[in-house]
Design a protein around this ligand. Structure first.
Ligand code: ARG
Length: 273
């Protein structure tokens, strides 16, 4: 079994069942449900694993007025994090905190910083319509390495089948509990045509999909706003999905390359206005 398959973020029992009964998937879907290289076809890796902040220091989370983690985010400069627009809108700016350097939510490692400014993509209304990206400027400094941003020249990072890593503290299963610790999963990028057939509202100019045809590995509630990485490069931000880890329903991510100029501009600490 390849090492890259050992850390699924979310492992739904339903995905096992789906693999076992070989639920039919759409014809546009490239690989069949019996693909032997897939996590869902290998129940022994179901259960997942922790990720380390020493490998992913840019992974952070957001807490609400009660101190509960509600979304992920990713460090993009020493004073800013990128997240999903729907996360930025979910909690009032004065209540949000950015928690960085804390792999286990139960601990007290790292820093907890308030937010001094919020930029939300102007076109955002609903995740399914795209533009699901925001930049939060923190009060104070983030003493951890920022992720690189995918740019317009990085088309190859979005090629179908390329492996990417999604990170978060979200649910371990659809409808299940959130993770106390950072988790990661490897998911292959899905073609625009395939994602279009899974989601009517899919917009390839501002979104990208990732996941296995048979499901089994995915982001889930609470992971929104968190990073989808190709190596050290941020290529996506967790946005939405139909349930979690369902066959034929890959996770949908904000396509970072389409917003890198905005994210870059909003990450500078010397902005005014
Ligand atoms: N909207 C969810 C959140 O707010 C994230 C959903 C991602 N779902 C998925 N199946 N990839 O946390």
């Amino acid at each position: 079994m390849p090492a890259k398959f050992r850390r699924p973020l979310l492992l739904a029992v339903g995905a096992l069942l789906a693999a076992a009964v070989a639920v039919p998937v759409g014809s546009a879907w490239a690989a069949g449900p019996a693909d032997p290289g897939s996590p869902a076809a290998q129940p022994r890796i179901v259960g997942g694993g922790e990720a380390s902040l020493s490998d992913h220091p840019y992974a952070v989370y957001l807490t609400d007025q009660s101190g509960s983690q509600f979304c992920g985010a990713v460090i993009v400069s020493s004073s800013a994090v990128a997240t999903a627009a729907h996360c930025a809108k979910a909690v009032s700016q004065s209540d949000v905190r950015v928690v960085a350097g804390r792999q286990d939510k139960r601990g007290s490692d790292g820093v907890v910083l308030p937010v001094s400014r919020v930029w939300t993509a102007p076109g955002f209304s609903d995740p399914t319509k795209g533009d699901d990206v925001a930049v939060l400027t923190v009060r104070g400094r983030l003493p951890y390495r920022a992720a690189k941003l995918a740019g317009s020249g990085d088309r190859s990072l979005y090629a179908e089948g390329e492996q990417a890593t999604v990170l978060g503290w979200g649910r371990l299963a659809e409808g299940g509990d959130r993770s106390d610790v950072l988790r990661s999963a490897q998911v292959p990028l899905v073609s625009d045509a395939t994602c279009q057939s899974a989601y009517d509202s899919y917009d390839p100019s501002s979104m990208v999909c990732a996941g296995y045809p048979q499901g089994g590995t995915d982001a889930c509630q609470g992971d929104s706003g968190g990073p989808l990485m190709a190596g050290d490069t941020l290529i996506g931000i967790v946005s939405f999905g139909d349930g979690c880890a369902k066959a034929g329903k890959p996770g949908v991510y904000t396509r970072v390359a389409a917003f890198s100029d905005d994210i870059e501009a909003q990450s500078q600490s010397r902005l005014f206005g």
